[in-house]
Design a protein around this ligand. Structure first.
Ligand code: FAD
Length: 359
């Protein structure tokens, strides 16, 4: 049982935007007991300070120094809880890197998360954010989420249906925001591989990969979809993502900065009358999802800079730190884009990235 408390902690390595900021305290912990005991001790000494739980900082924008305690989980472990002929229940420590778990699960023959390969971040954050890609959301495979109250140290378990999951949304980002540390996530994974290939040009990419007879991941490919291995699908997704998205180690970013807006069908029809080629997708009864990247690109922002903050030149949904940007620089660009898109299309973009205030 270990905790590590650092005062005046630099956050540069703890956020993928590469923002230079500091936290008054940074507390890492490797067990639920360690978290509760150390927090109680800190409270006795310093009183109630603001608290923010982070993972790998890949969906955060620090707008300045953080005046309170930043918590970071180092709870590890992957535990098989139960198994039937068809599925497994596996409990994973919130501090595990989500992509490492996906790779491990595939090796074990546990399927369902392949399409989420290479999304940065920890398992706990994945359950908070309801991460999604290529037609899969993590809530599809979540069975249960466990958390510790940051107020009184009590334990709480939420079944999947109690987590308020929606598009990049959960109860932990809404009414419970900042109230709990997620400590474990239990996944329900299938023992039967059922590839989901309908999104993002996956079929074409896999066909191309198949034709590379000496490709290391074409092993096991038998010519029909049934024999498509999960490992191959994972590798194809990793390759597409690497080609499409800037690597935060080279250029600071937090992935998609904005959520794709969901509008009424009437609103979408109005826009389609003016922009017949506008991408749009059904999003439930009377609702339509628009592509935020397309709106930003149409508004002329792709590749544009505002000081040291810029819109990526290949992916308009991604804002980047060209070097030395502050959180305020990125926020300024974010607001300029929102205003422009709202004026042109009558649609207000909402940031997907969590903006962290310095108060
Ligand atoms: C290059 C790149 C590509 C990306 N692609 C995708 C994508 O395809 N799909 C997608 O959905 N996302 C994507 N993202 C966003 C990001 O990877 C996810 O949001 C991820 O879940 C963030 O994980 P993290 O550990 O970095 O969490 P952080 O960014 O540190 O935190 C995210 C949120 O979770 C909360 N939190 C974190 N851990 C805990 C915990 N243990 N207990 C309580 N609250 C917690 C934080 O307070 C914060 O609100 C991408 C990001 C980058 C940089």
């Amino acid at each position: 049982m270990r905790t590590d408390l650092t005062f005046d902690a630099p956050l540069l390595e703890l956020n993928t935007f590469g923002i230079q900021a500091k936290a008054r305290m940074l507390l890492t912990y490797d067990s639920e007991t360690a978290l509760c005991e150390r927090l109680a001790a800190i409270r006795r000494q310093y009183g109630n300070l603001p608290m923010l739980h982070i993972g790998c900082g890949s969906n955060l924008l620090f707008l300045g120094d953080y005046p309170g305690i930043i918590l970071k989980s180092a709870i590890k472990g992957i535990r098989l809880l139960s198994e039937t002929q068809d599925e497994v229940l596996v409990e994973v420590g919130a501090g595990e890197v989500c992509d490492d778990f996906i790779a491990y699960a595939i090796q074990q023959g546990w399927f369902g998360m392949e399409n989420l390969s290479l999304i940065p971040g920890q398992v706990g954050a994945a359950a908070v954010q309801n991460i999604g890609a290529y037609g899969v959301e993590v809530c599809d495979v979540i069975h249960e989420v466990k958390g510790i109250s940051l107020e009184d140290g009590s334990t709480h378990l939420w079944k999947r249906d109690e987590c308020g999951y929606g598009y990049r949304q959960s109860i932990f980002k809404a009414e419970l925001r900042g109230k709990y540390a997620i400590t474990y996530v239990t996944f329900r994974l299938s023992k039967h591989f059922q590839p989901k290939l309908q999104y993002g040009g996956l079929v074409k990419a896999i066909e191309e990969r198949k034709s590379l007879s000496n490709s290391p991941v074409s092993e096991g490919w038998g010519g029909s979809e049934n024999t498509l291995s999960a490992m191959l699908l994972r590798q194809v997704i990793i390759d597409i993502r690497r080609a499409k998205l800037p690597d935060p180690k080279e250029q600071g970013n937090a992935g998609s900065f904005f959520k794709n807006p969901i509008v009424t069908k009437e609103k979408a029809d109005q826009l389609l009358a003016d922009y017949p080629t506008m991408p749009h997708y059904p999003a439930g009864e009377g609702k339509v999802k628009l592509a935020a990247g397309w709106l930003i690109e149409q508004a002329g922002w792709k590749g544009k800079s505002l000081g040291p903050a810029a819109v990526h030149d290949r992916q308009a949904l991604v804002l980047v730190n060209k070097g030395g940007a502050t959180g305020a620089d990125i926020q300024k660009l974010c607001e300029a884009i929102r205003k422009d898109v709202a004026e042109r299309f009558g649609t207000l973009l909402e940031p997907e990235v969590n903006l962290v205030n310095n108060s």
